[in-house]
Ligand binder design. Structure first.
Ligand SMILES: [Zn+2]
Length: 152
């Protein structure tokens, strides 16, 4: 199967463009579909994490293609937060106040922004200003700056 970028949601956020996949399109992508006839690179790392989080509509797979990716499609995760999709790194998070632990999406990973070397520092500083989410179980403070959390 081939997915056309015309059928994907094009988003310009965090200093660059990415294409957001519906969950159905994500399944096709991870099953080996090409995008505009080109097979994306480095999806294996995303695939494992995706299988654990795919039930939540606020977290999505996306693809970007720019100078940093050498004009190849490369996958990333984005989270819907404050009315926009933002680039996130999926990590394990913990609550400082209770026993909750689970996947969180943090915008505070410098690597998310190095595709745009001139703006990376500013983008990272902007990400620090995003309002972090609290623990989904007790509303306590998490050990990471999360803008998406796995539900409690
Ligand atoms: Zn908690």
């Amino acid at each position: 199967m081939d997915i056309s970028t015309e059928n994907l949601e094009k988003v310009n956020s965090d200093g660059g463009i990415f294409y957001v996949f519906s969950h159905e399109q994500s399944e096709m992508l991870l099953a080996g579909s090409s995008i505009d006839s080109e097979v994306p690179k480095y999806l294996d790392a995303l695939s494992g994490k995706w299988s654990t989080i795919k039930k939540d509509d606020l977290i999505r797979l996306a693809l970007q293609k720019n100078n940093y990716t050498r004009n190849r499609w490369v996958g990333l995760f984005v989270a819907y937060h404050d009315d926009a999709y933002r680039r996130v790194d999926l990590q394990m998070g913990r609550c400082r106040d209770c026993d909750w632990a689970g996947w969180i999406g943090t915008p505070l990973s410098y690597e998310l922004y190095i595709f745009n070397p001139k703006e990376a520092s500013r983008l990272f500083d902007d990400a620090k200003k995003m309002k972090p989410l609290c623990c989904p179980k007790c509303d306590g403070k998490l050990d990471k700056h999360a803008i998406w959390t796995e539900s409690g």
